[in-house]
Ligand binder design. Sequence first.
Ligand code: RFL
Ligand code: PHB
Length: 394
Amino acid sequence: MRTQVAIIGAGPSGLLLGQLLHKAGIDAVIVERQSGDYVLGRIRAGVLEQVSVDLLDEVGVGERMHKEGMVHGGFDMLFKGERHRIDMNRLTAGKNVMVYGQTEVTRDLMDARQAAGLTTIYEAGNVAVHGFDTTKPRVTYEKDGQTHEIECDFIAGCDGFHGVCRASVPEGAITEYEKVYPFGWLGVLADTPPVHHELIYVNSTRGFALCSQRSHTRSRYYLQVPLTDKVEAWSDDAFWNELRLRLDVGGREHLVTGPSIEKSVAPLRSFVAEPMRFGRMFLAGDAAHIVPPTGAKGLNLAASDVKYLSGALIEFYAEKSEAGINGYSERCLRRVWRAERFSWWFTNLMHNLPENGPIGQKLQDAELDYIVHSEVGARSVAENYVGLPLDFGV
Ligand code: RFL
Ligand code: PHB
């Protein structure tokens, strides 16, 4: 088989890149290790920045998001038992975020891909990338007991943190920066009305908690837990009891509990691989970088990476110019590091970090007090949370 761009991975970055290229008349094939149902079963992100919303509109998959998604102009920060609202909309002169699950984004992109008759190879085994240091890269994979080969002009590594693309780069050509946090997030999805109409980020002496949502009838909650905690050790009752203890009085009163429909523990990590281009292969999304979920930036960074990448590839084919592909890595990394900085900072501000001792909690309290009572403090959080524009200033 031959295509212009071979995309590895059918997560949000691979699927969105596929749509952006399709709109520009560039031929692409997606190769995915898992089944479509498996990809849809992963419960992950819930918050989209305006830039991501605009991109989904641009590729024509925004209809359901605008109907079912929820526009949020603020969120609450709870500390020392009291809640304070960050009025993002006012602080950023009218910007909001969209609460719409990654599962739904993925489904909308998958449906559009199918409707356009574009090729996605699911359940591809032993995917390998070859010759990306030449002008004739190739992808091989196994399916139905046979080995297949795709010849292409470019490879897009959209295959997530554990993918094959980054792992195929020679060691000396890549630099990795990493911080693994000593705790995880235990997440629960439940068909119960959310405790509040907006998100609540909680700093409590018992640990961080987050009250999020997927709809008016579906809630998503997270608790900071030790990395050693096994999900089986957390009954639904234990989860709801612990969440109650981390909330304020109003939250406790309004919390509606019910059986969990998904429960999992996610580790927290800050990670960046530099550069993001290796000859004719590009990394995008989680394949190149991971943020701790506290700032809700992961999916949004994936979206901005593939916007930059599609622009660079369109420029290559339309104008025979390599300027875009040459600038891809630097352009992405600037935005990536800004989001890494914010996610790392917000994680450290909101979580219980026993290694910092009692003074650590006092300093967190003082910083939170400053943020919620200072116009510039609150504005800085709001500006980062709603996300940077695609072309931000120098
Ligand atoms: P994905 O989603 O991991 O998709 C990669 C795809 O590549 C496939 N793959 C391969 N395919 C072929 N061959 C191979 N060798 C392959 N190896 C892997 C995989 O099967 C998969 O289908 O990466 P992508 O597309 O870059 O998307 C990134 C986002 O999924 C991720 O950044 C977000 O989910 C992060 N995240 C959040 N981001 C936000 O913007 N807002 C949020 O509110 C938010 N909350 C979260 C999150 C992530 C979480 N977890 C569990 C990590 C909350 C959580 C709990
Ligand atoms: C979610 O709804 O899954 C979610 C929301 C905000 C975050 C992280 C996750 O910061």
